[in-house]
Design a binder for this molecule. Sequence first.
Ligand SMILES: [Zn+2]
Length: 438
Amino acid sequence: MTGTVLRGRVLTFLAEPQGPDDAGSYRYWEDGAVFINEGKIVSVGDYHVHNIAGASVIDHHPHLILPGLIDAHVHYPQMQVIGSYAGALLEWLNRYTFVEEQKFADAAHAKRIASLFLDELVRHGTTTAATYCTVHKASAEAFFEAAEERNMLVLGGKVMMDRNAPEGLRDTPQAGYDDTKALIGEWQDRGRIHYAITPRFAITSSPEQLEMAEALAREYPDLYIQTHLSENLAEIEFAKELYPNLGDYTGIYERYHLLGPKTLLGHSIHLSHREVEVLADTKSVAVFCPTSNLFIGSGLFDYERLTERGVRIGVATDVGGGTSYSMLQTMDEGYKVAQLRGQRLNPLKSFYMMTLGNARALSLEGTIGSIAPGIDADLVVLDSRATPQMMLRMETVDSLVNELFLLQTCGDDRAVVEVYVAGKAVKGAPSETTAEKH
Ligand SMILES: [Zn+2]
């Protein structure tokens, strides 16, 4: 038998946890085995019931094996502006981000940063990310090439922006359309790559450009659309001034038919009742970016309000507005945002959101986000005793739920022992043994 058995404490979700005691929402094997072959999960279960004679075994005990973490909104060209001292969104964009992104006119720079970016994601246990490139076509080519080299499942797109930015960061409605179309032709469905039509946000796209984005969405109805919505109050006022007859910010994307089940809307913080209804009715995805929202001072995402109305929700780092590549740290901050709103995000829900929840938000739950037969073998191995303080605290942790909460609160890349991308170990180098017949 060829293939590999990953042995360890295996955790995967089946459904959205309704509370910290919702044992029906997940499967957990204390001594579990994930049998992988040719980049896919073949089976999962108890190690002793499940052992595949002759397959090589990698024993990850006492660590947890989970589906690879998923980041639903991140900007790879912002690696060198993360942690820039700025005030709110528009200042941060103009002073740092729009300066930095101009460097991606240089294809060699784009290639270097794209490669470092994907390595950094993997170091943090993230195996899939919905990623913004810059306005430059070459920035998207560099990103997709780096993802293809690593066989990573990614979403990405060249940013479309034709106004309210420096000249070096502006395309035109026609050039944005042509470059996007060429990239789709080259990359869509090549290996594990998914193209996302990416108008940056209403402020940097003229009505003519949003018309072009609409035309692309009509030509390629299966593609993703990613943009930003209602992050910051000054941004919302500016967007409404630029599109004076459309009522509210959501109404702009609605007018150009850019909302739908494969539309990812970064932030979605300050929304009227009508806007929440529109997001729910169009099945668009509101993407919660807690470290970014706190760092840039944008506001507190209202998780309960959107959930109650049935809006689909993803979670994301939003690096470089966000301050960590770690989805563990992202959910730690997400928990705190909920606390400030008098809401509770339970640990099961947090780990669901980083895995199956985000896979569902990306309509990819048949491909990634869980440990089940036929799902791609993107996995992360987490160590709940990764630091001295975590080791000490684990002495008093008495349940899986509390262990997850410790991992989320105190864990980061140090807690990521190993990462598998399409079945291949890409972070550590564990020793292999061959299974004996049981
Ligand atoms: Zn963003």
